[in-house]
Write a protein that binds this ligand. Structure first.
Ligand SMILES: Cc1cc2nc3c(=O)[nH]c(=O)nc-3n(C[C@H](O)[C@H](O)[C@H](O)COP(=O)(O)OP(=O)(O)OC[C@H]3O[C@@H](n4cnc5c(N)ncnc54)[C@H](O)[C@@H]3O)c2cc1C
Length: 480
């Protein structure tokens, strides 16, 4: 057995490269790059879930649309092939902020659209024959210190005022809790049925196959450097929006930006969405006796209530995959180097796992990796299409994009096709969000926020009954 900063790892332990999810199924063979300049009806920049769901629903609605996806690496390379596999109804952003802009009912509608989106993804994967290890066993949030316990109760009380019924999320009784999960020091747990476990890369690869089968052109190894609006008064090429790539320029009626955490690399977008890093580790398969001690019999997804929270899943082959923030942000909005995570982050995640689930003590880690997600200045996701410029986008999902990307894809379909629907009236559509501060303020701000969150967690673990003042300051700085 090898060790990594005191963390037990398997002999074939790997850090980065791709995520464990691709190690399981193999990295897909690359599709061809864009063969020179072309014209399409819709050009989509980025082949993650957002780009692929948008192409999928557009092509289903109007099969004669000419659609291209322009992807720098391969479809599913980004967060879509690296995430924790929570297909959950959680939505990034403040309910109050959305309600203030469009009214309370609009926010409740958005939440219900998220509940429905979980089932929509399950339904489409079934219809398209995509086997992504999907199992809808619900979601557990556990509180392991008095401050977390208080927050969890307050959150549940608040949810009731936003249209969440008992059956959407509720506190478990002690017996119910112990039946589902045997975490250490758990004071309370909330359960929501609106969540399914997925194998993220299987979903990405399946979606890429589904859209190509529908006739979408997916160009890989094609980097977009600039996105240009159309000149509304002009005819010919200038009257079309454009995506400039290293292989040629794609002109189109609409260009949709679906680059999430990588958005800063496109000209003029540096301060749009902050690239935030999230890291994961996965254990070797755990024995049945270990699972008996842990629970999660129904493959419930598991998260805690810490400020620097963790998210975990029981994989189809009996491992724990668990993630959290490592080094959250790199100066100048740079992204990670090929998905490798720092040894100290691996050790920190291992400690979180073994503290929360003592039955995993001694389990060896087989793979660690990281990925990047997009954070808007107000931490609320957006979807937008401007018919005048021909430009659209969706993203800023923070850590809740697996399901939201599906809602984004259907919403962009309706916006492109100029349909006025329930989806296009949801409060996240068409929001304008201010940019992040220039460096070094941006870097200093994020460092301060996460240092404060870590300090708040330490304080709260020392049995403080209330949310730490450090966390309140961090929330104030972050602008959440
Ligand atoms: C470690 C981790 C764990 C997560 N866990 C969860 C979870 O459990 N549940 C949940 O809901 N959310 C989770 N998320 C967030 C979720 O994965 C994302 O919100 C979602 O996958 C975003 O999809 P996307 O298509 O918008 O972006 P991405 O999947 O990042 O796709 C963007 C694509 O654009 C491509 N690209 C970038 N720049 C260019 C360019 N210049 N030209 C062309 N192409 C370009 C990239 O290669 C990439 O393939 C997690 C994220 C991470 C990183």
């Amino acid at each position: 057995m090898n060790g990594l900063n005191g963390t037990p790892v398997t002999d074939d332990f790997a850090n980065g490269g791709v995520s464990f999810w691709y190690r399981q199924i193999g990295v897909p063979r690359r599709r061809a790059a864009l063969p020179g300049s072309r014209d399409y009806d819709v050009a989509i920049v980025g082949g993650g879930y957002t780009g692929m769901w948008t192409a999928y629903y557009l092509k289903k609605a109007q099969p004669d649309l000419r659609i291209a996806i322009l992807e720098k690496e391969f479809a599913g390379f980004g967060a879509s092939g690296r995430n924790g596999g929570w297909l959950s109804a959680e939505f990034a952003g403040s309910r109050r902020r959305h309600a203030a802009a469009r009214g309370r009912q609009a926010m409740i509608d958005l939440q219900h659209a998220m509940f429905a989106a979980v089932d929509e993804v399950i339904e489409v994967t079934r219809a398209e024959g995509i086997d992504a290890d999907i199992h809808k066993g619900g979601l557990l949030h556990v509180a392991t210190n008095p401050a977390q316990n208080r927050r969890l109760h307050a959150e549940l009380a608040d949810l009731r005022t936003w249209g969440f019924a008992e059956e959407d999320m509720r506190l478990l009784t002690r017996e119910e809790r112990e039946e589902r999960i045997r975490t250490a020091g758990t004071l309370s747990a909330a359960y929501s049925p609106h969540c399914a476990r997925i194998q993220p890369a299987k979903l990405a690869v399946g979606l890429a196959r589904a859209v190509t089968d529908l006739g979408v052109d997916v160009f890989e190894g094609t980097t977009v450097t600039e996105i240009r609006p159309r000149d509304a008064g002009a005819v010919g090429e200038a009257g079309r929006a454009a995506a400039v790539t290293d292989q040629g320029t794609v002109t189109a009626e609409y260009v949709i930006r679906a680059t999430e955490g990588f958005t800063a690399s496109i000209r003029g977008q540096r301060r749009q969405w902050l690239p935030m890093n999230s890291s994961m580790i996965v254990t070797e398969p755990l024995g049945e006796e270990v699972w008996e001690r842990i629970g999660l019999k129904d493959y419930e997804l598991l998260g805690d209530e810490a400020h620097a929270y963790c998210y975990a899943q029981r994989t189809a082959d009996g491992r724990i995959a668990i993630g959290g923030r490592g080094v959250p942000y790199r100066f100048g909005s740079r992204t990670d180097v090929r998905g490798a995570t720092q040894p100290q982050t691996v050790a920190a995640l291992y400690k979180i796992m073994t503290t929360l689930l003592p039955a995993t003590a001694g389990a060896r880690i087989q793979h660690s990796w990281c990925g990047v997600l997009g954070v808007p200045r107000d931490w609320c996701s957006t979807v937008h299409l401007d018919h005048a410029t021909g430009l659209g986008w969706a993203g800023g999902y923070v850590g809740s994009g697996v399901t939201t990307t599906n809602l984004a894809g259907r919403t962009l379909r309706d916006l492109v096709l100029r349909r006025d629907t329930e989806l296009t009236r949801l409060p996240w559509v068409g929001r304008q969000v201010r940019q992040w501060e220039p460096e070094p303020l941006r870097w200093m701000g994020v460092q301060a926020i996460y240092a404060l969150f870590r300090a708040a967690d330490r304080h709260e673990n020392a049995q403080m009954g209330r949310t730490s003042a450090y966390a309140r300051v961090a929330n104030l700085i972050s602008g959440r």
